[in-house]
Design a protein around this ligand. Structure first.
Ligand code: PAF
Length: 283
C-alpha cells in the first residue's frame, strides 16, 4: 500500500493511474478502523481498479473540543488493517496540509438537511463535513465513493453536495455493519466501558421495536413507547433525539404511510459516549 501525506504527491500519483484509465474507488474515514470501514474497502476493491482510503480526523466537524481530543487515534493498527484488506493507497495528511490558518468552513445553505437531527445538536458539524469531503473529492477525483448508512444524515447531505458541485462520481451507500447483538459498528464503541457496551445494545432494539410497530399505532405513540422502553433499559442511556423523518427531505412526519420513504434515527449517550443509529422503515 502506498502512503501519501501531501496533496501534490497523491495527486501526481493518481493522475498517472488515471492516464491508464483506472477506475478509482474512495473511502474517506477518520481512522479507528473497524469492520464497517473494511467492508467499504472490500466493496470498493470489488468495483474499482484502485482503492484509496483517507484517514483524517477533521477538526472542523467537531463542535466540541473534548470530543475531538477523545476521538480514538489508532493509526498503526489502521495501516495494518488497510494493508491486510488490500487497500492500494492511504492518504493521511496533517491538518495544515488541508486547511490554511484560520480557515473557517463555508458551505452555503443546505436548509433542513443540515439543521435538523445531528445539525441541531452539533451546530456547524455539517459545515465541517461538507468542507472536508469536498476538498477530498477534489484531491482524489474518484469515480466511486463509499459511505456507511449508519451516518444516514451525512449521506443525505453529501448527496446534495455532490449534485450542487457537479461532481462526476457515484455515491455508494452501504449497509451498516453490526456486532452480533445488533450494535452498529462505530469508532466510538471502543470508548464504551463493559457496562455501557451491554446497555448500548438497547439502541438497535429500540429501532427494531419502531419498525415492527410503526404500522400498528400512530408515530407519536410508537415514539413515546420506544423512548420509555429505551430509558428504562438502563440508567446509562440518555436520548438526544429519536425521530421518524422523511428519508429524502429529513422533515418530521406526522403520519406513516408505506408509500413515503421513512427512517427512524437516534442519537443517544451511553455513559459519556455519543452513539447514532437508524433504521429504514419502508423497505
Ligand atoms: O464519516 C466520517 O468518518 C467523516 O464524517 C468523514 C466523511 C470521513 C469526513 O470527515
Amino acid at each position: 500500500m502506498k502512503l501519501f501525506k501531501e496533496i501534490n504527491s497523491i495527486h501526481q500519483f493518481l493522475a498517472s493511474e488515471k492516464r491508464e484509465n483506472k477506475q478509482i474507488g474512495f473511502v474517506p474515514t477518520m481512522g479507528a478502523l473497524h469492520n464497517g470501514h473494511l467492508s467499504l474497502i472490500k466493496k470498493s476493491k470489488a468495483e474499482n481498479e484502485l482503492t484509496v482510503c483517507s484517514i483524517f480526523i477533521n477538526p472542523t466537524q467537531f463542535n466540541n473540543k473534548e470530543d475531538l481530543e477523545k476521538y480514538p487515534r489508532t493509526i498503526e493498527n489502521d495501516i495494518k488493517l488497510l494493508i491486510e484488506s488490500g487497500c492500494d493507497v492511504l492518504f493521511h495528511p496533517e491538518v495544515n496540509e488541508i486547511y490554511t490558518e484560520n480557515e473557517t468552513p463555508q458551505t452555503g445553505n443546505y436548509g433542513n438537511l443540515t439543521h435538523v437531527l445531528e445539525g441541531k445538536f452539533r451546530p456547524g458539524h455539517f459545515d465541517g463535513v461538507i468542507t472536508i469531503v469536498k476538498k477530498l473529492f477534489h484531491i482524489v477525483e474518484p469515480d466511486n465513493v463509499y459511505f456507511g448508512q449508519k451516518d444516514f444524515q451525512q449521506c443525505a447531505v453529501i448527496n446534495e453536495m455532490i449534485v450542487r458541485n457537479h461532481f462526476k462520481l457515484k455515491m455508494n451507500i452501504c449497509n451498516t455493519m453490526r456486532e452480533i447483538d445488533g450494535l452498529a459498528m462505530s469508532s466510538r464503541n471502543i470508548r464504551l466501558t463493559k457496562d455501557e457496551r451491554i446497555a448500548a445494545k438497547a439502541i438497535p432494539s429500540t429501532l427494531h421495536y419502531i419498525k415492527n410497530n410503526i404500522e400498528k399505532v400512530s408515530i407519536t405513540e410508537v415514539l413515546q413507547t420506544a423512548t420509555k422502553q429505551l430509558l428504562s433499559s438502563s440508567d446509562l442511556i440518555k436520548i438526544e433525539y429519536l425521530e421518524i423523518v422523511n428519508a429524502i427531505t429529513l422533515e418530521q412526519m406526522d403520519q406513516f404511510d408505506i408509500e413515503t420513504p421513512a427512517v427512524a434515527l437516534i442519537a443517544a449517550y451511553c455513559g459519556n459516549v455519543r452513539l447514532i443509529d437508524n433504521i429504514i422503515l419502508t423497505d
